[in-house]
Each structure stands twice: as C-alpha cells, then as structure tokens.
Design a protein around this ligand. Structure first.
Ligand code: ADP
Ligand code: MG
Length: 344
C-alpha cells in the first residue's frame, strides 16, 4: 500500500479514540470548555445515559459566528499561542481537539452568542461533515448538543454499557467537578427529569469547600469524620479534607486529588497519602480524602495524556514528601489518641 494523507474526519475519529471513551468523557470535555469560558452556571441535559443526547449549555463568554468553524477545527484553540503559554497553562483545555473529535463521532451542533454581540449563530456537524454557519438566537453563552454518540463507529458503540452505568460515570465525574468548583451552579437532567442540582456557592473562597458541599458530595459520615488540612511551604499549598482513620473504605472510591484545580490520578501522591495513613489504617482498607495541591503551573506538566488524567511534576520527590509530612502531621493527634486507647 502506498503512503497517503488521511482525510480530516478520519484523523479526528482516530484522535477521538483517545479523548472520547464514553459519554462521561464528552460531558467532561464540554463542561471544562464552559468553565474555561467563565461560566457561572452550566445546564447538563442527558438522554439514555448520554448516549442518545448530551446537551451542555453555559452562560460563559461565547463564540463569535465567524469563529464557530475554528472551534471545531483540529489544533485550533483560544487558550494558548506559544510553548511558553503551554508551560504556564492555567485553563483546563489547551489542545484544541475535543470539539473536532466529538463532532467526528456524533451528530453535533454548536450554538453560541459571544459576550457583547447581539447575534447568535449555529453550526452543525454530522459525523464529521460540517454544515454552514446559520443565524440562531441564543442567550449569551454556548450550547453544545451531541446526539447519537458513536453512531458512525460501531466498534466503539459496542463497548458502551447500560444506561445506568453510563449515567453513573457521568454523575461521578460531575461529583468530582462539584468538589473542585463549588462556585459554579450545575443543573443536571436525565430523560427529561431534573436529577441533580449543585448550587453555586458564590465566590470560590480561599478556604475552599463548605461543609454542605462536602456532605452533599461524599456523604454526612465523611463530613462528620473529616479533618481539615491546610499547609503551605516550599511554594506549595495543600488543602482540603481527609477522613479520620475510623472512617475508611474498602476501595479507593473516595480519593479525590486536584492539582491546580484539575482532577488527576497520581501514583506518587497516592503513595504519600497511603504512607501517612500506614500505621492508623487496617491492612487493605483505603483512606478517603479530597485534597487540592496548588503550585506554580510551571512546576507541573499537564500535557502528558490527551485526556489529561495525569500530570508530571518537575520535583516529584519534593512534592511526595510535602504531602506525606502534611498528612502525617494532620493525623498526629489521632495517632496519639489511638496510642492512648491502646495503652489504657
Ligand atoms: P480547547 O479547549 O483545548 O481549546 P476544544 O476543542 O475543546 O479545545 O475547543 C476549541 C475552542 O472552542 C476553545 O479554545 C474555545 O475558544 C472554543 N470553545 C469551546 N467550547 C466553548 C464554550 N463552551 N464557550 C466558549 N468557547 C468555547
Ligand atoms: Mg476543551
């Protein structure tokens, strides 16, 4: 076979393989775009676990009619313009590939009205085939509609699970988001019925999460047993909540870690936490926590994976030790209490 250049739609479908695993990944990418656009409220309407429909509407800055085609073009982004920007990036997105990827594997519509403009417009894409920009009334902000996910990629569609399961993945992701952004209102509906409302709690205060948000997201038991963590040093800040050892889990299902506001998985930090709990938890039990690590964006590379689930730290060892020491100190009183009980 001779070497040939692949058509754009196929390139986007290949990229979609990395970014769009299931409906929850679409919700993630679209809500992150809404947050990057400064939205205060995001409406999330779903049908059939998001497979039939995902509609995300925000009240953010919006997109100009003439920029709609750019928004769905590959490697087109308003978030970075240079390597230097990339290295200090603070937005959730920057790769410019979510919208074109999603649009290539669904029936897709993007409607928007840009802040300060009085005309709205819409652009439809059907399985990668791009339509014409059409005028459309729209409040300030953006609506993205994704119908029939993977309708043109049967191999992918086959791997979608039952409606309940897909909805569960979406809800879990929204919980993760609600913990990080209590300042934004999120309203969710499924099959026409409102299912969840995360109320916006005003400005994101420095202290972070309210008790209400914590118990809404993780349950009252967690909230009752949570210790506050707040520690800064070496230009690092770790804050959030960790559960007393008496509240522990069979699995790692309540371990939320955010690096500069982005939910990530990190083995080194997970290890540091585990180590801090090592002598106060029974073997095989898992700690529960919501932790936010803040540091200069230049000390962390977020461009490790297309879906950005992982990051790479410039000084991983230092960060590991910082987290370990902070949590070890936070658990010191508990540890002393346990020792006293044991000797009594
Ligand atoms: P990225 O987020 O990496 O820039 P995307 O493909 O997700 O790439 O989006 C492409 C561009 O479209 C964004 O850079 C942004 O300018 C615009 N855009 C996408 N969604 C929204 C939205 N909800 N509100 C405003 N602009 C948006
Ligand atoms: Mg994006």
């Amino acid at each position: 076979m001779s070497i040939r250049q692949l058509p754009d739609t196929l390139i986007n479908q290949i990229a979609a393989g990395e970014v769009v695993e299931r409906p929850a990944s679409v919700v993630k990418e679209l809500v992150e775009n809404a947050l990057d656009a400064g939205a205060r409220r995001v409406d999330i309407d779903l049908e059939e676990g998001g497979v039939r429909l995902i509609r995300i509407r925000d009240d953010g800055a919006g997109i100009s009619p003439e920029e709609l085609p750019l928004a769905i073009s590959r490697h087109a982004t308003s978030k970075i313009a240079s390597l230097d920007d990339l290295e200090g990036v603070t937005t959730l997105g920057f790769r410019g590939e979510a919208l074109p990827s999603i649009a290539s594997v669904s029936r897709f519509a993007l409607s928007s009205r840009r802040i300060g403009e009085d005309r709205g417009a819409m652009l439809e894409v059907d399985g990668g085939r791009v339509g014409e920009i059409a005028p459309k009334p729209h409040p300030q902000g953006t609506t993205v509609e994704v119908r029939d996910l993977f309708f043109n990629v049967p191999a992918r569609r086959k791997f979608l699970k039952a409606e309940r399961t897909e909805l569960g993945h979406i809800e879990e992701w929204l919980r993760q988001l609600a913990l990080a952004r209590p300042d934004v209102e999120l309203r969710v509906s499924h099959n026409g019925k409102p299912t969840r409302r995360w109320k916006g709690e005003g400005d994101l205060v420095d202290m972070g999460l309210s008790d209400t948000r914590i118990s809404e997201a993780l349950g009252e038991e967690f909230a009752k047993n949570a210790l506050r963590v707040e520690h800064s040093g070496a230009d690092l800040r770790l804050h959030g909540w960790i559960a007393q050892p008496s509240y522990n889990r069979a699995s790692a299902d309540q371990q939320y870690l955010y690096v500069n506001g982005r939910a990530v998985r990190d083995r080194s930090i997970a290890h540091a936490v585990k180590q801090a709990y090592a002598d106060v938890l029974f073997h095989g039990r898992q700690p529960a926590y919501v932790l936010f690590l803040e540091l200069d964006p230049r000390r962390v590379d977020v461009n490790v994976h297309p879906a950005k689930h992982e990051v790479r730290f410039r000084d991983a060892r230092l960060i590991h030790d910082f987290v370990y020491r902070t949590l070890n100190d936070a658990l010191a009183e508990t540890r002393a209490g346990m020792a006293q009980q044991a000797s009594a």
